[in-house]
Design a protein around this ligand. Structure first.
Ligand code: R1P
Ligand code: URA
Length: 300
């Protein structure tokens, strides 16, 4: 059975036009089914340059025509987000933090719905801080948890707090993990990912402009997170899991760790190492997509 992308909003059908303002797209100005109807994989990540590089990399990996260097930013009319399409793969940036990715996801999910896409898999490829694991490790999230290590996302709607599940697709996480076994020299594991509202105080850093807790308190918190199964910390996974789950999208989160938070707070990797680390989730996802498309054997 084909899996559609659901929007759960009774008002949408009655709208004469839907303007996806932050993507600079709309149902009257663009033929969304023609532009996006064949999309099967959506990859999202914070940085516009990373998502452009990923689209170009996928273009080459899928052996599509041309070198992919001239892929155009579909959202060039806005500087909020960028979006690139190559074959059935859409690569979209989401900025930093829950509010930023949430706005992008509302419009992206409506876009997939208007374009009548089906059987879409969506994967966040990001960076994170590890807990008790070697920097450069790739964490495939089984459950996204909040700052209290709970698998929930609390959305304030009007003046109510609505709690949503942050369950991710277990089968997809396992498939990705199996795929990772074929990539040498990249330690990869499945674990919980903690999603916070802030990079500094929210992640227990001692190096922000504000800090009101001791080194001991920081380490106690991070060690409790580790014991609760948390292996990395980032800033979007709970809302990503909640929204994709509610809208029928198979979703995964795959983040490389840039440091071990039990050892340090500052990210002092050289530019080259940072670039190489950021490519690790991309390589895994590219292999996964090629496998799903039945392209792996012919290409290796
Ligand atoms: O690497 P990205 O995808 O931006 O994700 C991580 O990096 C940012 C913080 O540096 C946060 O957005 C966090 O979630
Ligand atoms: O420590 C880190 C590194 C990247 N992204 C985060 O959110 N935290």
């Amino acid at each position: 059975m084909r899996r559609s992308v659901y929007v759960k909003n009774p008002y949408l059908d009655a709208m004469d036009e839907d303007i996806l303002y932050h993507l600079d797209l709309g149902t009257k100005t663009h033929n969304l089914p023609a532009m996006f109807g064949d999309v099967k994989f959506v990859c999202v990540g914070g940085s516009p340059n990373r998502m452009k590089a990923f689209a170009q990399f996928m273009h080459k990996e899928l052996r599509l025509e041309g070198d992919g260097e001239d892929l155009e930013d579909i959202c060039a009319g806005t500087d909020r987000y960028c979006m690139f399409k190559t074959g059935p793969v859409l690569s979209v940036s989401h900025g930093m933090g829950i509010p930023s990715i949430s706005i992008m996801l509302h419009e992206l999910i409506k876009l997939l719905h208007h374009a009548r896409c089906c059987d879409v898999t969506i994967i966040r490829i990001g960076t994170s801080g590890g807990i008790g694991i070697a920097p450069g490790s790739v964490v495939i999230t089984d459950t996204a948890v909040d700052s209290f290590f709970q698998p929930r996302f609390e959305q304030v709607i009007l003046d109510n707090v609505v709690t949503r599940s942050t369950e991710l697709d277990k089968e997809l996480a396992n498939d990705l993990f199996n795929c990772s076994r074929e990539i040498p020299n990249v330690p990869t594991l499945i674990g919980h990912t903690m999603c916070t509202y802030d990079f500094y105080e929210g992640q227990g850093r001692l190096d922000g402009a504000l800090c009101s807790f001791s080194r001991e308190k920081k380490l106690d918190y991070l060690k409790r997170a580790y014991r609760a199964g948390v292996r990395n910390i980032e800033m979007e996974s709970t809302v990503f899991a909640a929204m994709c789950g509610l809208c029928g999208l198979k979703a995964a989160v795959v983040c490389v760790t840039l440091l071990d938070r039990l050892e340090s707070d500052q990210i002092n990797l050289s530019h080259d190492v940072l670039v190489e680390y950021q490519q690790r989730p991309q390589l895994l996802i590219s292999n996964f997509i090629k496998k799903q498309l039945g392209l792996c054997d012919q290409m290796s």
